[in-house]
Design a protein around this ligand. Structure first.
Ligand SMILES: [Ca+2]
Ligand SMILES: [Ca+2]
Ligand SMILES: [Ca+2]
Length: 115
C-alpha cells in the first residue's frame, strides 16, 4: 500500500470507492493539521490556516476560507486547536451529505467544500 502519497492532489478518498468515509476525512484532517502547523505549536493561526498561497488566492476563495476558519474557531480566539479543526471537519462531513443517505460521495464532498 502506498498510503500517504499523492500530497497536494487532495487524495481524501483513499480507497477510491466514491464515498468519503469519516475515517478517510479524519486521516486527511489529521495530516492537513500537521502540514499547516508551520511552527509546530499544535495550534493553527489564521495565517497558517490560510497557507502560503493565501496572497495568491482569488478574493472569493480567500473569503470562503476565512469564513471556514471563523466557523471552526469555536472559542473565537482566532486560532484553531486540533479539536476545533477536527470538529470542523466532522461538521463539514455531516453537512456534505445533502441527500441524507449517510454516505458522502466525493461529489457531495467537493461541492460542500467549495461552498
Ligand atoms: Ca502553529
Ligand atoms: Ca480557537
Ligand atoms: Ca449522500
Amino acid at each position: 500500500m502506498m498510503m500517504g502519497m499523492g500530497h497536494g492532489g487532495g487524495m481524501i478518498e483513499a480507497d477510491r470507492d466514491g464515498v468519503v468515509s469519516a475515517e478517510e476525512l479524519a486521516n486527511h484532517a489529521d495530516m492537513a493539521f500537521d502540514m499547516k502547523d508551520a511552527d509546530g505549536d499544535e495550534v493553527l493561526s489564521k495565517d497558517e490556516f490560510m497557507g502560503q498561497h493565501g496572497a495568491m488566492m482569488s478574493t472569493r476563495r480567500a473569503e470562503r476560507r476565512q469564513a471556514r476558519f471563523a466557523a471552526m474557531d469555536a472559542n473565537g480566539d482566532s486560532a484553531l486547536d486540533y479539536a476545533e479543526f477536527m470538529d470542523g471537519h466532522k461538521a463539514m462531513l455531516a453537512a456534505a451529505d445533502t441527500d441524507g443517505d449517510g454516505r458522502v460521495t466525493i461529489w457531495e464532498f467537493r461541492i460542500a467544500r467549495h461552498g
